[in-house]
Ligand binder design. Sequence first.
Ligand code: PDD
Length: 271
Amino acid sequence: MSILDRGFLYGDSVFEVMRVHRGVAFRQRAHLERLARSAESVFIELPVTVEALATELRAALEASGLRDAYVRLILTRGQGPLTFDRRTASAPRRVVLVAPLPELAQSLYTEGVTAALVHVSRPAVGSRSRGVKASNYLANLLALEEARSRGAHDAILVEPDGMVTEAASSNVFVVRDGRVLTPRLEAGILSGITRGVVIERAGALGVPVEEGLVFPSDLYRADEVFLTSSVRELVSVVRVDGREVGVGAPGPVAARLREAYRAEVRRETGG
Ligand code: PDD
């Protein structure tokens, strides 16, 4: 990649992260379609069809020899002179990055993680980057840094008006009295693929799910809190700002939904 690539210079790129099981990227189609939507939102033209991207992804996976993997697909606007004007950019560039899965200790699931609430604004209503999986994660990584400095594993992001949105790199769910609540997409959050599958599986299990407004008090009073993302799947949060969530251990609703999620992964990836 050029040092004049706008992804590098300005975070002027969009991306996807997928988890590959037995050589198959789970919900690949949904990820590729979200990449196409992200690109369209920020005026990056998809250089090839979604089908061609899928073929390239398969070729990269085969070349890696990995059966279980982390795949990052990056689409940058391309390179150009040192000016913000997007029209000066050359053609968009794409990168398929295949890597071994990061280590996911069993304790992540048996013990859960701790989180701290950190104030971070999403792109404003009406902004074209709202809800887009764009590569500029500086605010999120600084939020993670703040959470770590306060002794927590992860950051749960709160808007200045007090609304909970998502975590540094995952979506957030709350369980209270057997009902599941998660921030609605209108909060400007990423429409997580894992979030979507969890909502779908909860529906199939008869677990009620509401997409609505979530406030810090919902987290503090919850029986369970959990996070969802493609690589880590579904992870329980056992403390928020040092306060125990429920009994302070991963709860049964999260466990049930994780099992249902994994069953769906096995079904789709032939496990
Ligand atoms: N992140 N919200 C944010 C801000 C995210 O960065 C992510 C994913 C999610 C969950 O989306 P999904 O279920 O589609 O993975 C929600 C990826 C995994 C990452 O940054 O590596």
